[in-house]
Design a protein around this ligand. Structure first.
Ligand code: PLP
Length: 480
């Protein structure tokens, strides 16, 4: 494809995307296919000869789209949102076009500098303490874009582990490192995302999973008891991962209590995972949910979930960047440059070496919508979730199972888990709506998340109508 063809194919692609977005409702929200469907439609080998673009695009509509789950569909209410917007798509397109790689400042200065600036913009908008910002007098912190929240948790744990081992080696210079590692203990709530467990597997450390209270919030007292107990057993608490906005029910750990407990132990790294909810803190009325952040060593939120920014864009801030990078620095000659002392080299802030120009799309989004536009978007979703909650509460056959603070409502039919499993599976099989289940206080619940960028009241009304119809049918059958 030459430049002229790219120009015209590019216009066609934009047209295809616009038409996809505008006509999403004409598609089923979830695919109606069986596993392995694509294997039968696509040749076993890559073509030897070049193929015409028309044929490739024909296959997109004929073969790929039937197997796509449409996350931007107005009837999609599963998981958390997959951020999307036209400015963000354009930002990603530009990043792909420029095609630069930013592992060090010198490898692409604008990539590094824009990332640092935009992370300061967002950090300020969220209300992070000044210590997390790169351009504050006396600050040792700063932000970076990672691929995912899982990676943010992993690098936090790696940094915490390196810091703990350094301290222990200093205290016990003749004890083998493997033995010291076997003493390290990390903590999280049962409600924490499974990525914490995965990080502990990768870091080869023990993880103690703690019981939250009846509101699915991890409390300081529970953590304190566990850490004290472990210390008496000769173990060494070194890392605590908390969640603001849990995946299953959007509950909030008590960060202030937990932070105070962490302060009683030497050298414990406190991470705060706000993958979904963190985005909402750009609204002044929701900043109270961030209280206790002053105790944190690191914080992450995913604009690629709830801030109109395409995957991947997981924003991550640390209070002390040296404590992070000292766990991750390797510095071969071919990556060194003359400005290392005065600049940021983001390759030391995460696992991969190569990094895309991801800040462009976030910059486009922040500028195109403005903070006020993003606040309006978040508030609209919360307003619609509250409306949905109200509809559920009016129907005495149902109950609400979480505190609806943001745009996730957990609900269920009063009755057995089996009944609710059946309800959800009937709804999902119909392709009329898509929701996923979770477990709240040992009960099977259905999660309804407002996710579509331009969600409206009519979408909530429609969803409720579908749910009620399926419930009517199911309860009738059950009674009969
Ligand atoms: N943490 C929380 C609270 C989440 O809700 C999720 C995913 O939904 C994750 C972490 C994992 O996110 P990622 O896919 O960015 O690794």
């Amino acid at each position: 494809m030459d430049c002229d063809e790219f120009r015209s194919r590019g216009k066609e692609m934009v047209e295809y995307i616009c038409s996809y977005m505008q006509n999403l409702e004409s598609r089923r929200v979830t695919p109606n296919i069986e596993p392995g469907y694509l294997r039968k439609l696509i040749p076993e080998q890559a073509p030897d000869a070049p193929e015409a673009w028309e044929h490739i695009m024909e296959d997109v509509e004929k073969k790929i789209m039937p197997g796509v789950t449409h996350w931007q569909h107005p009837r999609f209410h599963a998981y958390f949102p997959s951020g999307n917007s036209y400015p963000s798509i354009l930002g990603d397109m530009l990043a792909a076009g420029v095609g630069c790689i930013g592992f060090s400042w010198a490898s692409s200065p604008a990539l590094t500098e824009l990332e640092t600036i935009v992370l300061d913009w967002l950090g300020k908008a969220i209300g992070l303490p000044d210590q997390f910002l790169a351009f504050k007098e006396g600050s040792r912190g700063g932000g970076v874009i990672q691929t995912s929240a899982s990676e943010c948790v992993l690098v936090s744990m790696l940094a915490a582990r390196a810091q703990a081992l350094k301290r222990l080696k200093h205290q016990h210079p003749f004890v083998e490192e493997g033995l010291l590692l076997s003493k390290l203990m990390a903590y999280c709530s049962r409600e924490a995302h499974s990525c914490v467990e995965k990080a502990a597997m990768i870091c080869f450390v023990k993880l103690r999973i703690l019981e939250p209270d009846e509101k699915s919030s991890l409390r300081g007292k529970t953590l304190m008891m566990a850490m004290e107990e472990d210390e008496t057993m000769g173990l060494i608490p070194f890392f605590v991962s908390t969640t603001l906005g849990t995946t299953s029910c959007c509950s909030f750990d008590n960060l202030t209590e937990i932070g105070q407990v962490c302060n009683k132990f030497p050298c414990v790294w406190l991470h705060v995972d706000g993958a979904y909810a963190g985005n909402a803190f750009i609204c002044p009325e929701l900043k109270y949910l961030l209280s206790g952040i002053e105790y944190a060593d690191s914080f992450n939120t995913n604009p690629n979930k709830w801030l109109l920014t395409n995957f991947d864009c997981s924003t991550y801030w640390v209070r002390d960047r040296i404590r992070l990078t000292s766990a991750l620095v390797v510095d071969p000659l071919y990556l060194q440059h003359g400005y290392s002392d005065a600049t940021i080299d983001y390759r030391h802030w995460g696992v991969p070496l190569s990094r895309r120009f991801r800040s462009l799309k976030l910059w486009f989004v922040l500028r195109s919508y403005g903070i006020s536009g993003l606040q309006k978007y978040i508030r609209n979703h919360i307003r619609l979730a509250k409306k949905f909650e109200g509809l559920v509460l009016k129907d005495r056959r149902f109950e609400i199972c979480n505190e609806v603070k943001l745009a996730l409502v957990c609900f269920r039919l009063k009755g057995s888990d089996k009944l609710n499993e059946k309800l959800l599976s009937n709804i999902n099989a119909s392709g009329k709506l898509h929701m996923v289940p979770s477990n709240v206080n040992d009960k099977y619940v259905i999660r309804f998340c407002v996710v579509a960028a331009n969600a409206e009241e009519a979408d909530v009304d429609h969803a409720w109508e579908v749910i009620r119809d399926f419930a009517d049918e199911l309860l009738e059958v059950n009674i009969a």
